[in-house]
Write a protein that binds this ligand. Sequence first.
Ligand SMILES: [Zn+2]
Length: 324
Amino acid sequence: MSDVLIGVDLGGTNIKSAAVSRDGRVLGKDSRPTEAELGLEGVLKNIDASVRSVLEKAGIPFQDVIAAGVGAPGPMNWQTGVVFSPPNLPGWKDVPLADLLSQRWHVPCFVDNDANVACYGEFWLGAGREVDSMVLLTLGTGVGGGIVVMGQLLRGPDGTAGEIGHLCVSRGGRQCNCGAKGCLETYASVTGMVRTALEGIQQGENTILKEMCGGDYSGLTGKMISDAAAAGDEFALWVVQETGKWLGTAIGSLINLLNPEKVVLSGGMIAAGDLLFAPLRETALRQSFEVPGKRAMIVPAALDPDSGVIGAAGCALERLNKDS
Ligand SMILES: [Zn+2]
């Protein structure tokens, strides 16, 4: 096997790696703790060990690797591969990650925003593989976003395009960590969904969530809310539907703005299935023009949780091709 690409998904908790062939076959994977508390050198060592383990298990010599891509938490300069100071990687300050890894591995390395590579992964080999334009929303602690238009990631001159989580859906709404108010992620992330539940509970709503978290609402999770909704708890069902409607509101606007063929959603929250997707689709349809609204298929991710690691390899191949 020659012409192998390495993809790395670098998160604050886990490092995932994969070896992928040029035609998109996944040849091997690895996942291990990031150990972010070890600082830059420790994390670099773990990335290196993860990648070498993938190659060894798949029987691929390092000489067959033509490029490596890393999806990293921002902010960053994707063109130079310098990662500034991600909140979940303590001690990192203006780290030239692409250069450090390419010196270590002697192959071209490319660094991109983690949500962008996840979007590219779904576009290359996942839910968006048949289309030219798509949008990805990753639903986690926050809401990440990626946009592919006519086969290209939409990055913008500063590489900051696609921050779908910070679309304003409510003027003067909930305070967001970014400093603005009413951003989508304050309502539609897992954290936002939990907040919606807590607000309702404070107003005296009756729900089995109290039992589920043992009376201590500080332990309330998105999964508890989804499970309670699936078990028929009316209040939990309302919370999931509200979350779907916030997402649908933003997605309807994205459909009008971009005319995408697919809108792909990833993250643990999508396990709620139609309880989330039905109100989401209905709201998006109502919010968008008829023609693009009908065209845009709103679907779960196909590669989750590997979209990022596969997309990092895909981005590396795309950038390698562009450079040569
Ligand atoms: Zn925001």
